[in-house]
Design a protein around this ligand. Structure first.
Ligand code: FAD
Length: 374
């Protein structure tokens, strides 16, 4: 396993269902480690039923429930949802370490800090990972090393360009909370992506993520968001900036998700929902699928995984690749058309369809804690 984020830990947890395997999880960082992320676990009251590893750690997460959402287009409110659980906010520093701990509690799973620099397939089918001085060999590798990772490149996936990556920045703000409202400002300043403010257990997370822009412009959007939130009373004037960080998010799934002996999961496969920016759920789902497939048998793992993960790849993809110049006017046109459709009573219906898709409230399983949003 290369990478011990939610995808890698979940894959290791399920791989351990096979008693005959020695499972080594490697990561370039020791845990706990920081990960730049908004930390929103969407619809997570259903996760214990879907993810046994999440069920094990949930009580220790200290997650902060978010039950009042504003969905804005640029700065105008487009939809408001109250009295429904949307997501728990978690700090990834703790969340990822707890998930890794759950995997390491399983028999046969171990961890070491190892920065994989190259991956090579040997004549006997085994796979060699090297950090430049030392090497490790495995019969199969799960690539959970995040966006544009070395495992993905080893499968021939090309380096993602500006239009295939989201540039993101997050501020962790510690302060008294004047309110419990979560905001998503879609198409902030008219650009493709969004800004957000999420209440947390110690204040707020404020962040931005955009496709097709340079880092300087994205950072400027975050500065503008900060001013906007203070001016509108969404943030108190007194706060402490605990941490500022930035990172990349995939904006498109990769061309090759698996070749014999190597399976890509989570961000390494580009599994991030293009509409919502949600990635943690898809990282864990794909990790679970890959882990179970390899636990069953190493034979023909790649075609079995490609088939099993296809519905997830389809679910996150609206356009491949996402073209900001095309996508931005289409989305703006859509939101304007929905507003105008109020004239013919279609507005509520169209908004309902959109938010149910955004918050994954469609096709809920029996026994789900959630209902479609009205
Ligand atoms: C700013 C931002 C905000 C986000 N907000 C949200 C949100 O609110 N909700 C949500 O659901 N999703 C969100 N996402 C997406 C989410 O963070 C990712 O989809 C998720 O972390 C993917 O998990 P993963 O396990 O695939 O990869 P990661 O969590 O990125 O883990 C990859 C691991 O691989 C390790 N690694 C990398 N390269 C190597 C190497 N060469 N050798 C060894 N180890 C290596 C890294 O150290 C890391 O620990 C956000 C993303 C960003 C950038």
């Amino acid at each position: 396993m290369v990478g011990a984020g939610p995808a890698g830990s979940t894959a290791a947890y399920h791989l351990a269902e096979s008693p005959s395997l020695d499972i080594l999880v490697v990561d370039k960082s020791a845990f706990p480690r920081h990960k730049t992320c908004g930390g929103a676990l969407l619809r997570c009251r259903d996760w214990p039923a879907e993810f046994p590893n999440y069920a094990e750690v949930e009580a220790n997460l200290n997650g902060h429930p978010n039950e009042h959402m504003y969905f804005c287009v640029d700065r105008s409110v487009w939809w408001e949802g109250r009295d429904s659980h949307f997501f728990d906010h978690v700090h990834r520093h703790d969340f990822d370490a707890l998930l890794l701990g759950a995997a390491l509690d399983k028999p046969g799973v171990s961890f070491r800090v190892f920065n994989v620099k190259s991956i090579q397939r040997l004549a006997d089918g085994r796979i060699r990972l090297s950090d430049g001085t030392e090497s490790l060999e495995a019969r199969a590798v799960i690539g959970a090393d995040g966006v544009s990772g070395v495992t993905s490149k080893s499968l021939g996936n090309r380096k993602q360009g500006k239009e295939e990556l989201g540039i993101c920045f997050v501020h962790h703000i510690v302060c008294a909370r004047p309110h419990e409202k979560a905001f998503i400002f879609y198409l902030w300043a008219g650009d493709l992506g969004y800004a957000y403010l999420f209440p947390t257990n110690d204040g707020y997370y404020m962040g931005v993520g955009f496709v097709g822009l340079d880092g300087k412009t994205v950072r400027q959007h975050l500065d503008d968001l900060m001013v906007y939130c203070v001016d509108h009373g969404l943030l108190p004037k007194e706060y402490s900036l605990q941490r500022k960080s930035g990172g990349l998010a995939p904006a498109s799934v990769v061309d090759h998700v698996a070749e014999e002996g190597v399976l890509l999961v989570g961000d390494a496969a580009g599994l991030l929902n293009q509409l919502s920016g949600e990635g943690i759920y898809y990282a864990m789902r794909s990790g679970q699928i890959a882990g179970r497939i390899l636990a069953e048998s190493l034979d023909q793992a790649a075609p079995r995984y490609r088939k099993a993960v296809k519905p997830l790849l389809d679910e996150v993809t609206y356009s491949k690749p996402i073209r900001p110049r095309l996508f931005r006017p289409v989305l703006r046109g859509y939101f304007n058309a929905v507003r105008l459709s109020g004239l013919v009573s279609l507005e509520r219906y169209l908004k309902r369809r959109f938010v149910n898709r955004l918050f994954r409230r469609r096709d809920l399983f029996e026994g789900s804690h959630y209902q479609e949003l009205r």
